[in-house]
Design a protein around this ligand. Structure first.
Ligand code: GLA
Length: 376
């Protein structure tokens, strides 16, 4: 068996902008899902996960679509990727997959995209070598959208496939979606050096451990509000709204605030990208990250009291900026801190969360890491 890995991500800035055809700026995490894979000749797909010992799944490749409802939820990610390849006309003679995930699940760090991308790159190398990275992003996303049934945007899969070590990925989602060749040409995205170490900084992840049960219904509802706002404003997507001034035309207050988050968040991505591109001290982007949190909390209303407490504690303990990451409704926050202050920020977050009656968070420092690749 050969092995491939794909990482989870944190988004530095640009939350809930991807499905509004806007901008995002993720890094890949050093935490990955490993996928060992080998072809088999009997037409069967067998999937084993080290996180689900004793739950091997065996399905005929020709039966994948029909068996969707019957296979365990976790296996729909890998099986959805196989189903997508078959649907796209690729011949899969059968395959063995052994999965081992180190990206915390439900933490807003994209464990699901890491899983589907690890499987997608493995299957490409085994059965469909002509597929581009761009095609793998679509394949992984389609597995999540169609086979698992979660309506994600393009952020997570793009980050897992395209990020490189030492860089943040500036991605124009509209350009990527509109032009399949844009990824290959580097038109839709740009690798921006993000070297925190050089500035004595660290990026701390604070995983509140809060299950994000509401995420599916809440996420779909946010998407619907954004689509409604775009329709009311007569634009193709909220990406096309350059200034908050026109938002007064939206009658419903909730819809207006949802739109305001997206419009201001796109501007924040552009501002952060500009600063980092120009070689600025990353401390300068801290307040922009915190403004992103405030917007997600007040306008988009996807934060939680535990995330707000983690962010407040980090800022009080000296973080330059802090914000929740991912879809929200639970999960993780990030904080940009001086290396010497990391331990103090961790202690403050733990104390603050405990005092407010929340679970002890899991904390770790991350560095911008490599996207999906073969390891042997
Ligand atoms: C989830 C989705 C992404 C994106 C983020 C919010 O991670 O999978 O597509 O919409 O939420 O930025």
């Amino acid at each position: 068996m050969r092995t491939w890995v794909a990482p989870g991500r944190v988004n530095i800035i640009g939350e809930h902008t991807d499905y509004n055809e806007g901008f995002v700026l993720p890094i890949a995490l050093p935490l990955v899902v490993r996928c060992a894979a080998a072809a088999r000749a009997d037409g069967q797909a067998r999937v084993v996960s080290r996180q689900r010992p004793g739950e091997p799944v065996l399905v005929a490749v020709s039966e994948l679509a029909a068996q969707r409802e019957r296979v365990p939820g976790w296996s729909r990610y890998p099986l959805g990727v196989i189903a997508g390849l078959v649907q796209g006309g690729h011949r899969i003679p059968g395959v063995d997959l052994v999965l081992d995930g180190a990206v915390p699940i439900g933490a807003g760090l994209s464990s699901s995209a890491a899983l589907s991308c690890a499987v997608a790159i493995a299957l490409r190398d085994l059965f469909a070598p002509s597929l581009t990275d761009r095609a793998l992003i679509d394949l992984a996303r389609a597995a999540e959208n169609d086979y698992v049934g979660v309506p994600t945007g393009l952020l997570d899969q793009s980050a897992s496939m395209l990020c490189t070590a030492g860089h943040a990925l500036f991605l124009d989602v509209r350009a990527l979606a509109a032009d399949p060749l844009s990824a290959a040409r580097g038109v839709a995205y740009e690798q921006i050096p993000f070297d925190l170490d050089r500035f004595g900084l660290e990026l701390l992840v604070i995983d509140t451990g809060q299950p994000h049960e509401l995420v599916h219904s809440g996420y779909a509802e946010r998407r619907a509000h954004c689509a409604r706002a775009a329709t009311e404003l007569g634009v193709a997507a909220l990406r096309d709204v350059a200034s908050t001034a026109v938002l007064d035309r939206i009658r419903d207050d909730v819809t207006r605030r949802r739109a305001r988050h997206v419009v201001t968040e796109n501007a924040r991505v552009l501002a952060v990208a500009k600063k980092l591109r120009g070689g600025a001290d990353p401390r300068e982007v801290g307040p922009i990250l915190t403004a992103g949190h405030v917007s997600l909390r007040d306008d988009f209303e996807v934060s939680t009291p535990a995330l707000d407490a983690a962010v407040a504690a980090a800022l009080t303990a000296g973080a330059y900026g802090a914000r929740m990451v991912g879809a929200g409704f639970g999960g993780s926050a990030i904080a940009l801190v001086d290396r010497e202050r990391t331990a103090a920020v961790v202690a403050a977050a733990r104390k603050h969360l405990a005092a407010a009656g929340f679970a002890d968070p899991r904390t770790f420092v991350v560095v911008p890491s490599a996207g999906a690749h073969a390891v042997g």
